[in-house]
Design a binder for this molecule. Sequence first.
Ligand code: PHE
Length: 460
Amino acid sequence: MLTHPEGSDAHPSPEPHVMWSSRFAFVMAAVGSAVGLGNIWKFPYMAGTNGGGAFVLVYLGCVALIGLPILMAEVMIGRADGPSPVGALRSLAIRHGASSQWGFIGAVGAVTALMVLSFYSVVAGWALAYVPKIASGDFLNASGSHSESVLSQHLADPLALGAWHTVFIVLTILIIARGVGRGIERAVVWLMPALFALLVMLVAYAAMEGAFLQGASFLLTPDFSALSSDAVLSAAGHAFFTLSVGLGAMIVYGGYLPAGVSIPRTAILVASLDTSCALLAGLAIFPLVFANGLDPEGGPGLVFVALPVAFGNMEGGNIFGALFFILLAIAALTSAVALLEPMVAELVSRGRNRAWSAAFLGSLTWSLGFISIFSFNIWADVRLAGDARTLFDWLNLLTSDLLLPLGGIAIAIFAGWVIPRETAEQQLGVGSHVLTAWRVLVRYVAPAAVTIVLVDIALK
Ligand code: PHE
């Protein structure tokens, strides 16, 4: 970690411009923000409810053609003028002769991030709660139905959900209050390899004990007839969610990135590691789902039902299982930090104290989290306008399928149309063919693709 005297020229910030100590540190932080519940909790259950293979293929396409170019755009915007997302967009817009109203996109993104964090923290709380459950042998020789009943009992208890949610938010606040970098950098360096190793181990276990071929072919054989436009939008939305783009988090992280680090290479590395984790999680989970008679369309509880069955039936499973959920909670923590940081960076750039901002915004998000907590128990029957979704589902859907894609295309349009080609060329440091391809993607492909899917759904 070092202090950087430049960077502060554009909009003087009361906080010294803190930088990642190296490219490696930035990659770790970006990977830490990307890899989280999105890969291990959300991706498998979304693939499950959206028919498997075809969803996965669209998701991979969206990561490569929409998510990755926007990830590069966000980091570029942040490095040019970060880390405050509103300030960066506003001052870049003014510098390039566009309206200062562009800053609004940064504000919407930072609010969206808090909404995401409110339910993200609740699910991360499930992971924390599973550590003692598994370690104490709750799942010893468990069947699929036993595992289902453990989860539903847990979800029926608002006090337990609230307590673990509180623990998770407090941890997030503490890391943010200490400043970006130190905590995350250290955690991710050992977390990522360990999580990866455990995922590989689980895939190996699923290959031996589960219905591996059935699981793998569900995940990898596309059946396009099962693909609705809602599923396409969810795949696109999830591409944004999993890469942490669409709400300005990467503008903030880019704002801490030293000059001279290649943005495209870094972004490709982040996207590849992130995608590999999601696919490994899917390959570990679906063979177990099919082998244990679980429903692939089980929804948000899928991972918390399927994996404990595996741990309960393997040698040393209570230790591996506890370790797995600890790692999952830490992976979630390094993502949660990226969700709280945009609004904190915004307040800090306006002269507020970092620790105070973290505590204030964290408490706000904590309260919002009770909407999600209650949708699993006392508000489980609350429905909006006759729709089957719970309030938790709505928060999830509104952010992931609407606000992130809209924020993402706004950033794409900004990077493609407001920032001049020469500036982008300088920042990205790529050859002219690659630059042209990137510009075509952010100027036309990303905005058009997301608009078409949204309009298609709106017209239905
Ligand atoms: N990418 C994280 C995940 O997949 C979630 C996240 C989204 C984090 C947006 C930061 C910003 O779990």
